[in-house]
Structure formats: structure tokens, C-alpha cells
Write a protein that binds this ligand. Structure first.
Ligand code: URA
Length: 265
């Protein structure tokens, strides 16, 4: 359905180029939107789901099929040739396709690259602890990253590097599709890179965290990345993350018991 529309737009742009002495200009944003709409339609078609049905009525199993179709494209993605060469595997996302909460991190680290699952290393263990303290199992929520490949490191060096803006821009449509399919009630961005990837916003985490933002009309809570809490063991920073998570529980109208109110990570 979207393919003919896309072709029509391209044909129209070519007509303008041929009949005018000025090259047609298309904003990067418009191109991203077109590419995104087309890839959502492609996932729906691959999953055998009618793209005309109301999105919110997608069932969990439809969502799982649609996610599987996106995962397949991600698995074979070579848009960032350098990352496709260096990765062990892509790290798509994990959890409940019908999740109420979606946690979004930065990019896979070495452990995630090895295991093919986001947040399985030390930071991941802390995230799992946070999820459990909120009263959920890891399988109840959905966890994904801005980047689906581990940012490559120079040979012989250790540690991780932050994704580049170009890598984030290239990978962002995949995450947008995941969010669009899952339609969580609340998004949680973990750290500044997740915020930049989702909102394109640069700001200090001190200013951004602890309050509600919006991503395509969806409530978005911004909080510190668990890796920051591992580096900075101060109880007051950990408590801030927990307070942010209590705001998430309140937004979801989940009861918060006394033990949770007094909890420190
Ligand atoms: N940090 C992230 O942001 N994502 C992961 O998957 C692991 C660590």
C-alpha cells in the first residue's frame, strides 16, 4: 500500500527536477517519515496484518508477528557497514510485545553483543533489579536500545563508546517501529543518549530527568542510565531513579506499597 505512494512521491519529485531549473528540496525529516511509514507498512504486510485496522486493537500475537518481521530486517541490516562488520549479532529487543512500559537504553555493550539480548551485563542486572522492585518481571516489560549494533571499538581496546549522531539517525527508524507496534503506555529513556535518540534533545540529565516529556504523544519519563548508578554509588542518585520509577507506577495507576515508598536501590 505504501510502496505505490512512495513511488508516486519519487515520480513527482523527478517530474519537478526535469521541468524546473531548480532541484527539488526535501527535508531530512520528510524523508525519514516516508522511509518510516514505508517500513511500518512492510512489517505489517510481512506479518500478514492489514495496515488499515486500528492500531490500538492489535493483539499481543499480532504485535509479536510484526516485531518478528522488523527483527528480521534488523538482523540483516548493513546500513552502518562498519557496525555490521564488527558486531557479533544485532541486539533487537526483548520482552512482552504488549508491554505497558518500554525501557530504552543506548546501545549494546560487549555482553549484549555476545548474547543478543539488551541489558544483560552489569547495568542490565541493575535494570532488572529496578524492574522487579517496581513489581514487574523482566518479561512483563519491553527493553530495547537506540542502536541495535554494538558501537565498534578500535582493535585491542576495551570498554564502550557512545553512538555517533549518524549511527543514531540511521538506526532510529527501527526503534520507532518497535514503539509504534508495542504502543506502551509509558516510555522510559535511560540516560542522555536515549534522550538524544528519541527526542533529538541535548540537555543535562539533571534538567531532564524526573519529569514527564512526550514522544509522539506518548508519556516519556527520563531517568539516569543504570551504568551511571554503577559508577556513582551515591544513595541520593539511586533514590532519584527510584523516585522517577514511582512516578511511572503512579502514571500507570499501579498501587505503591509502603516498602516500595521507602525503597532505595
Ligand atoms: N547499556 C545500554 O544502554 N544498553 C544495553 O543493552 C546494555 C547496556
Amino acid at each position: 500500500m505504501m510502496q505505490p505512494a512512495l513511488e508516486l512521491v519519487i515520480a513527482e519529485l523527478e517530474k519537478i527536477r526535469e521541468t524546473s531549473d531548480r532541484a527539488p528540496r526535501v527535508s531530512r525529516n520528510a524523508l525519514e517519515q516516508l522511509q518510516y511509514s514505508y517500513s511500518v507498512a512492510a512489517s505489517l504486510a510481512e506479518a500478514g496484518v492489514s495496515p488499515t485496522g486500528p492500531r490500538l486493537q492489535q493483539t499481543g500475537s499480532n504485535k509479536a508477528q510484526m516485531l518478528a518481521a522488523v527483527r528480521e530486517r534488523v538482523c540483516g541490516c548493513t546500513k552502518c557497514a562498519h557496525l555490521a562488520r564488527s558486531r557479533t549479532q544485532t541486539v533487537f529487543g526483548v520482552g512482552n510485545p504488549d508491554a505497558e512500559i518500554m525501557f530504552i537504553g543506548e546501545a549494546p555493550g560487549a555482553d549484549e553483543d555476545q548474547q543478543g539480548e539488551p541489558f544483560v551485563g552489569r547495568a542490565g542486572q541493575l535494570l532488572t533489579k529496578i524492574i522487579k522492585a517496581m513489581g514487574f518481571a523482566r518479561d512483563d516489560v519491553y527493553i530495547a536500545n537506540i542502536l541495535k549494533c554494538r558501537p565498534n571499538m578500535p582493535a585491542g581496546s576495551f570498554g564502550n563508546r557512545a553512538p555517533t549522531p549518524a549511527e543514531m539517525q540511521t538506526c532510529r527508524p527501527y526503534l520507532a517501529e518497535q514503539i509504534d507496534i508495542i504502543q506502551p503506555r509509558v516510555l522510559v529513556a535511560l540516560g542522555a543518549v536515549a534522550v538524544e535518540g528519541l527526542l533529538g534533545a541535548h540537555g543535562t540529565m539533571r534538567e531532564l530527568r524526573g519529569r514527564w516529556h512526550s514522544y509522539n504523544g506518548m508519556p516519556l519519563m527520563i531517568t539516569y542510565h543504570p551504568a551511571y548508578l554503577l559508577r556513582n554509588q551515591s544513595p541520593s542518585e539511586k533514590r532519584k531513579v527510584w523516585e522517577d520509577m514511582m512516578q511511572v507506577l503512579e502514571r500507570l495507576e499501579k498501587p505503591i506499597n509502603e516498602k516500595q515508598r521507602n525503597y532505595f536501590l
